[in-house]
Design a protein around this ligand. Structure first.
Ligand code: GLN
Length: 490
């Protein structure tokens, strides 16, 4: 099988520029590899080969005319099935939206189209982005390409697996509490959650609007920087979009960034019960950063342990409101068994939503109900402020970036945690704070466990300081020696 599929976006972009390959050849390589191997992984929920090849042909023609739209022109990018593209399905991995076709395109995707990227398929996820293992998909789980008996992480499990398995050059996911970084960590790829407000949420099906952000998955930090630079933009259609300069992140990566920088290692992120292999991998990576000239400072983010309860109050509250639109009347699944309008709402939602989504709607409605609002929702909002202040204080003390594990363990077995939602929620312990504080965070592969499973190293940056965060990640990637280490999927 062709190995162009395994190359980085940067390498492919250079090859396209030199005329060594065409976008059609490249797109065919991904189509063929996906056809041969996705039966094992199940990263894709929808593929339209013709559409992808049409995009590739258009790109090749532009290039022949000397009208190339930039470094991503002709590069196949796959999307999590929560990001809208006109005339394509948008299922959010839910029976509720199984037959829904989007009438419009997300701003992030319009930005990609304006740069000539080839859209290649839609990727599996936990239903409505709720989960940490991809097992909540109504259409069956994705398998981890490193070990098919294990989960790829979630909720953007398909986006991470597709990049690890080289079914696409790079992909987009969404991160509400870790859904980009955690699956990136478990699949051994780079995954980044940008600062809240950097990438437009217009066209991203809402889970928890104050936390959701779209971000890139790629096989290298440089590729993630290229993709982020392409999708980020101020968007008047998203009222929380922020107008900030968007530099050419990929061109400005500094690979000597670590020298003289202060990295804060929060003591709460290496708790006693942490998986021994994750601890060892993080400690070793921290030593490598120190050897490269970084100063490692132990810091404290004292409200860390409150993140899980705070997140599961705020995220479920927002979800219960956002998911009220799926009522069986407008564009969603409609029960054929309803007796009257109330029964129609009830049965359509009972049939359309999966267990985890229902659990969260019930929890969210509860914490917002009168009598409980002050005790739960309002208090959670106050603690959210304290969590944000923890980070602000760390950065004010002169820390350049915070470093931590991404996930408390490597990929676990399919089925291992499905019957225990609380156990599943604990997977998010190191990622959720970043969303609550609105900060950018990235996961970079740092080691393989004894079982040969990837372990991720998380770096958290200052708001809208993506350039420094990416330079830090790029320098770390160089030290960790995991760039180009891919699963042996055949
Ligand atoms: N695992 C977390 C949850 O289940 C985060 C999901 C996400 O980031 N979309 O809510």
């Amino acid at each position: 099988m062709s190995d162009i599929a395994l190359k980085s976006v940067k390498e492919l972009s250079d090859m396209l520029a030199k005329g060594e390959i065409s976008s059609v050849e490249l797109t065919k390589a991904y189509i063929e590899r996906t056809a041969a191997l996705d039966g094992k992984v199940h990263a894709f929920l929808f593929k339209d080969e013709r559409l992808a090849l049409d995009g590739a042909e258009a790109s090749d023609k532009r290039r022949a005319r000397g009208e190339t739209l930039g470094a991503l022109d002709g590069i196949p990018v796959s999307l999590k099935d929560v990001i809208a593209v006109e005339n394509q399905p948008l299922t959010c991995a839910s029976k509720m939206l199984e037959h829904y076709v989007s009438p419009y395109t997300a701003t992030s995707v319009k930005n990609l189209q304006a740069r000539g990227a080839v859209l290649w398929g839609r990727l599996n996820m936990d239903e409505f982005a709720m989960g940490s293992s991809c097992e909540n998909s109504a259409f069956g789980p994705t398998h981890n390409p490193w070990d098919l008996s294990r989960i790829p992480g979630g909720s953007s499990g398909g986006s991470a697996a597709a990049v690890a398995a080289c079914f696409c050059a790079c992909s987009l996911g969404s991160d509400t509490g870790g859904s980009i970084r955690q699956p990136a960590s478990l699949c051994g790829v780079v995954g980044m959650k940008p600062t809240y407000g950097l990438v437009s949420r217009y066209g991203l099906a809402a889970f928890a609007s104050s936390l959701d952000q779209i971000g890139p998955f790629a096989r290298t930090v440089q590729d993630a920087a290229m993709l982020l630079g392409a999708v980020a933009s101020y968007d008047p259609k998203d009222s929380t979009s922020v107008k900030v300069p968007i530099p050419d992140y990929a061109a400005n990566l500094d690979e000597n960034w670590l020298k003289g920088k202060k990295l804060g290692l929060p003591k709460e992120y290496l708790p006693d019960g942490l998986d021994a292999q994750v601890r060892a991998a993080i400690e070793k990576s921290v030593e490598k950063c120190a050897a490269a000239g970084a100063q490692i400072v132990e810091i404290s983010l004292p409200h860390t342990e409150l993140a899980i309860p705070v997140y599961y109050i705020i995220a479920t509250a927002e979800a219960s409101s956002n998911l009220a639109r799926y009522d069986g009347v407008r564009y969603t699944h409609r029960s054929a068994k309803a007796k009257d309008i109330v029964d129609l709402y009830y049965k359509s939602r009972a049939e359309g939503f999966g267990e985890e989504v229902k659990r969260r709607i019930i929890l969210g409605s509860y914490v917002l109900s009168s009598g409980y609002y002050d005790a739960y929702y309002l208090r959670a909002q106050k603690v959210r402020t304290l969590i944000r202040r923890d980070f602000e204080k760390a950065f004010e003390s002169g820390i350049d970036a915070v470093i931590a594990p991404t996930s408390p363990s490597a990929a676990f077995k399919l089925g291992e945690k499905v019957s225990d939602p609380l156990e599943m929620y604990l997977n998010d312990i190191f990622t959720i704070n970043v969303n609550l504080a609105g900060l950018p965070g990235i996961s970079v592969p740092c080691a393989l466990s004894a079982e040969g499973l990837p372990i991720g190293f998380q770096i958290i940056g200052k708001p809208f300081d993506e350039q420094n965060l990416l330079s830090c990640a790029h320098s770390c990637e160089e030290l960790f020696g995991m760039r180009g280490v891919l699963p042996n999927l055949q």
